[in-house]
Design a protein. Sequence first.
Length: 211
Amino acid sequence: MSDNQAKSLNIYEQLGVNNHTSGQDIHKRFIKLVLNLILDMPAESQIDSQLERLQRLWFAHDILIDPSTRTDYDLRALGIKTGDHSIVDDNQPLGAGTHQVKEPPSWRIGELLQATGLLEQAELDIVSDMHKAMPEMQFGRFLVKQQFITERQLQAVLIGQILLRDGVLTLSQFCLVMLEVGKSKGDIKEILLETGYVSKSILNSLRLEMQ
């Protein structure tokens, strides 16, 4: 692979993983790649190229290992405008503030519904304007009241917000779960257990948090 080809890869491809890969496995893959680079030191004339590749691996790892920047990256990759949770800019010089997390994120319901295909950007713009007339009502409740989503879908998104925040689910896993929610009449927690993405202990702590 040429240097130009390597630069054109997205950050999952930089590490040779995909958007379903867990944070733990991403870290293991990163360590393996870095060790291989260190053990295979090139001739002096190629050291700069090797260092640049190492920087890119580090950049990809730092973005994907943090649940907030990873979800932000995934949403932007889908072309979804995100709130001011974090800054991810592939064009900034590596090592010079490539990403910054201002506060622990709570991904907006509209962003997550767009990611799952339940809301288009135009629909989100319309319902956001409509909601301005009833600001006292929570946005999710307003979506249900206006029949943009169902109560089950709202509960699933609220749970997804917490699991994404805590790094339990990736965005792609959340989208697959939401697809099953649409197909099945089962409880969202049952679906999460069936997929194997979430353990019973996590669901029990989730139940306490939502009370």
